[in-house]
Design a binder for this molecule. Structure first.
Ligand SMILES: Nc1nc2c(ncn2[C@@H]2O[C@H](COP(=O)(O)OP(=O)(O)OP(=O)(O)O)[C@@H](O)[C@H]2O)c(=O)[nH]1
Ligand SMILES: [Mg+2]
Length: 195
């Protein structure tokens, strides 16, 4: 089979891998679905009576499913750059999957819900320990900003270097802004270590 010379020379696009993490029901699957250009791969299972007392759906009572492995989405920036998004499972019984999901990642978005802020501590601790750059994106459910980003920073005792953004996980542009902020944060960290 013969190929045109331009096709032969076109290099494979650079792939960036970004994780979307955070506690149970914070909106990770929603965010990956909002921003992905392809129908996202989801691994949702029904929440059942067996999870009563284990799966705390307070605040997200309409939630009927939960991620049991991962979410996967893709964004093509241009012919040279593709972003792959991996949403992590939020529930403790699936945390052992984070290790594999984190391999080769550029950084992570830690989604937070201010009604259940403590739920994002395990993700923060995990990425800090791993040395993987991250930012915190507060998912303003129903567009309500209950706390300022400064208040969230204090509550989470976050390093001043870690960016905090307010977002709406359902909105494509809002999710995109979060991803751009993460990439810029990683770039700034890398430039700072080169100086
Ligand atoms: N009202 C409102 N609902 C939201 C928003 N973001 C997510 N939801 C809802 O909140 C619930 C949680 O969304 P998911 O995206 O499944 O959360 P998740 O973090 O992937 O959950 P797990 O994978 O089970 O940990 C769903 O019922 C969504 O429809 C939001 O910004 N506003
Ligand atoms: Mg999910």
């Amino acid at each position: 089979m013969s190929y045109g010379s331009s096709e032969r020379r076109r290099p494979a696009p650079v792939a960036l891998k970004i994780l979307v993490a955070g506690g149970f029901g914070v909106g990770k699957t929603t965010m990956v679905g909002a921003v992905s250009e392809i129908m996202p791969l989801r691994t949702e299972e029904q929440l059942t009576d067996a999870g009563v007392g284990v799966d705390d759906v307070a605040g997200v009572e309409e939630k009927t499913t939960t991620t049991v492995a991962l979410d996967f989405g893709r964004i093509t920036i241009n012919e040279r750059l593709v972003v792959y998004l991996f949403g992590t499972p939020g529930q403790k019984r699936f945390w052992y999957l984070w290790e594999d999901l984190a391999i080769g990642a550029l950084g992570a978005v830690v989604l937070a819900d201010t009604r259940r802020l403590a739920d994002c501590f395990p993700s923060l601790d995990y990425f800090e320990e791993l040395g993987l750059p991250f930012l915190v994106a507060v998912n303003c459910f129903d567009g309500r900003q209950i706390h300022t980003s400064d208040a969230v920073r204090r509550a989470l005792d976050l390093d001043p270097m870690v960016p905090i953004l307010l977002c709406d996980a359902r909105e494509r542009n809002s999710a995109r802004d979060v991803l751009v902020a993460l990439v810029e944060h990683v770039r700034d960290l890398r430039l700072a270590t080169r100086r």
